[in-house]
Design a binder for this molecule. Structure first.
Ligand code: VG1
Ligand code: CO
Length: 553
């Protein structure tokens, strides 16, 4: 019999740290490091201690805890539960098997008025002992904490000399139940139930069921990550899609050895199924922690920037958005496709830096309803994270109501609003020094570039993007190097804040064609002149030693 934690005497320990860790600066979304780094004694505890000290309301409050099922998830939940008890958390909500997607966690935080949550995930990065692990701290609104909090957490880690933890028997996480860890109650709940109920409130499940039970062929790839149980319950269980619709649906600690990243490179099996054959009408995949989505139609890839624009243009087809939208926001490197729709609909449109935390203030203030990023992230005011399955359901809703194919939706969209040819080129795991030297060099050249020729156009603006939050006036600088050309085309350079090996350079390319222009080109060809011009300017091939990007989206 597993001993119940309440049966064994709990002892509070203050564990001394020989010296603080200096590498716990949270990136674009939380602290993300190799599993090996996280295996360093006291490493996880140090970051969690700092977070529990900084997050407002921890003592006496409710905390949500769970993760994407990767290697280290269950052990970390046990550790963090004992630390939460030592910090006076009154109520801890965690899930069976420790399985909790990022969007479902965001929803639980809001639903239970928690002070925040700890989400264990390195998102789309590979997992396993040789892969990555991560800790994301979300706040009371259900979203990633703002920079003021993440900066304070980092500062705290730099001078940390001890952490507090309770010694207690492990919590049984194999089934729902209530437990006690000293003064703290622990509720182990099913991580899918509440999320599925929320989706049912936003979309017309009867209509979706009619679609999925008909001759519409749908393939969903969970990539052996967290969305498997959610997708199986919703698509197959509640909407009646045929068994087998959800592929790779069992979460594995190492995601079956794959990259749980829904793009054409890492979700290639699904991409091949949809783009090279005619057996399926619709395909979708989500990432490790369930906040990203890739949408595919028969022989049709939907660029994520376009996806946001399509959702904006068709939002009122979903019951949850039937009243219309307050506004829309996109991250700076995301194409301006949504801006064009917003303008046509008379909606406010915002451009934020990369990372979901910047959308939180706009959502909380009711200034926007939808938001998205080019990196396969779309979401709305229903939670404060991007939401992979929500986007898939939204697309299904549009297809069900309009009764047409994905390709028809796209063609119709471009004929109406014009097309933003768009691509992101990632140069992953390049030497850190080379990446930073390349970046600083271009940054140094920016002021002199205005008015210069570039890919046959003239450079109208060259800057390092800075953002002033329209809600709280906080300023975030250094968010990416932008070259805006006089015809509205654009090239952006950024260094990734989520990688764990060396540095990753992202090159974002965009060029607009009005409805009267050529709408059916291959994006790589349509952008070819921008691609070679930025290579010449930034000396990408030469300085990275790479002939081509590792990932092209
Ligand atoms: C990447 C994406 C960014 C996204 C972030 C977190 O960041 O580009 O748009 O918000 O991942 O996504 P970066 O700094 O590597 O470019 V996830 O799915 O980790 O929560
Ligand atoms: Co993610």
């Amino acid at each position: 019999m597993t001993p119940s934690p309440s049966d064994s005497p709990a002892v509070l320990h203050t564990v001394a740290l020989a010296q603080p860790f200096t590498d716990q600066k949270p990136g674009t979304s939380g602290l993300r490091k190799s599993s090996q780094r996280f295996a360093t004694p006291h490493y996880l505890e140090s970051f969690v201690e700092a977070s529990l000290r900084v997050l407002p309301g921890v003592a006496g409050g409710t905390l949500v805890l769970g993760g994407d099922g990767r290697f280290g998830n269950l052990a970390a939940i046990q550790t963090i539960a004992r630390m939460a008890a030592a910090h006076g958390v009154a109520r801890l909500i965690t899930t069976t098997g420790g399985i909790l997607s990022t969007p479902a966690a965001s929803h639980l935080i809001r639903q239970h008025q928690a002070v925040g949550g700890v989400i264990l995930s390195a998102s789309h990065n590979p997992g396993g002992p040789e892969g990555d692990f991560g800790v994301k701290i979300n706040g009371a609104n259900g979203g990633p904490t703002p920079e003021s909090i993440t900066d304070a957490i980092y500062e705290t880690t730099l001078s940390l000399d001890s952490y507090r933890i309770l010694e207690a028997a492990p919590l049984p996480l194999d089934q729902p139940g209530s437990h006690v860890l000293e003064e703290m109650t622990v509720e182990v709940i099913d991580g899918v139930d509440d999320y599925a109920a929320l989706m049912r409130r936003l979309f017309d499940f009867d209509r979706l069921a009619a679609l999925l039970k008909g001759d519409f062929r749908f393939a969903f790839d969970a990539l052996h990550a967290v969305t498997g149980p959610y997708a199986a319950r919703i698509f197959e269980g509640q909407l009646g899609a045929p068994a087998g619709t959800v592929r790779n649906g069992v979460p594995l600690e190492d995601f079956g050895g794959g990259h749980p990243d829904p793009n054409l490179t890492y979700a290639h099996d699904l991409a091949a199924l949809l783009l090279e054959g005619d057996a399926y009408d619709f395909g979708a995949a989500c990432d490790g922690d369930g906040d990203r989505n890739m949408i595919l139609g028969r022989r049709c890839f939907v660029n994520p920037s376009d996806s946001l624009a399509v959702l904006t243009a068709n939002a009122t087809l979903a019951p949850g958005y039937a009243e219309g939208l307050a506004g829309v926001a996109r991250s700076m490197p995301t194409s301006a496709a949504a801006d064009v729709v917003a303008k046509a609909l008379g909606l406010p449109c915002f451009e934020t830096p990369t990372g979901w935390k910047f959308f939180g203030n706009l959502l909380d203030a009711g200034r926007i309803t939808l938001c998205g990023e080019e990196s396969f992230g779309t979401g709305s005011n229903h939670i404060r994270e991007k939401d992979g399955l929500w986007a898939v359901l939204f697309w299904l809703q549009i297809l069900a109501v309009r009764n047409c194919s994905v390709a028809e939706v796209m063609t119709d969209h471009w004929q109406r609003y014009g097309r933003h040819y768009y691509s992101r080129h990632d140069y992953e795991a390049i030497a850190s020094d080379a990446a930073h030297a390349l970046y600083s060099r271009v940054k140094g050249q920016l002021p002199a570039l205005v008015g210069e020729r570039f890919a046959g156009r003239s450079i109208a603006l060259a800057d390092d993007f800075a953002y002033t939050d329209p809600v709280d006036a906080s300023v975030s600088e250094g968010q990416g190097l932008r070259l805006l050309l006089d015809d509205g085309s654009r090239v952006v350079l950024r260094l990734s804040g989520t990688g764990t090996q060396g540095a990753t350079l992202r090159v974002y390319l965009e060029s607009y064609v009005p409805p009267s222009g050529a709408l059916n080109q291959d994006p790589q060809l349509a952008l070819a002149d921008l691609i070679s011009a930025i290579d010449a300017l930034a000396e990408i091939k030469e300085r990275t030693g790479m002939d081509r990007p590792t990932v092209i989206t």
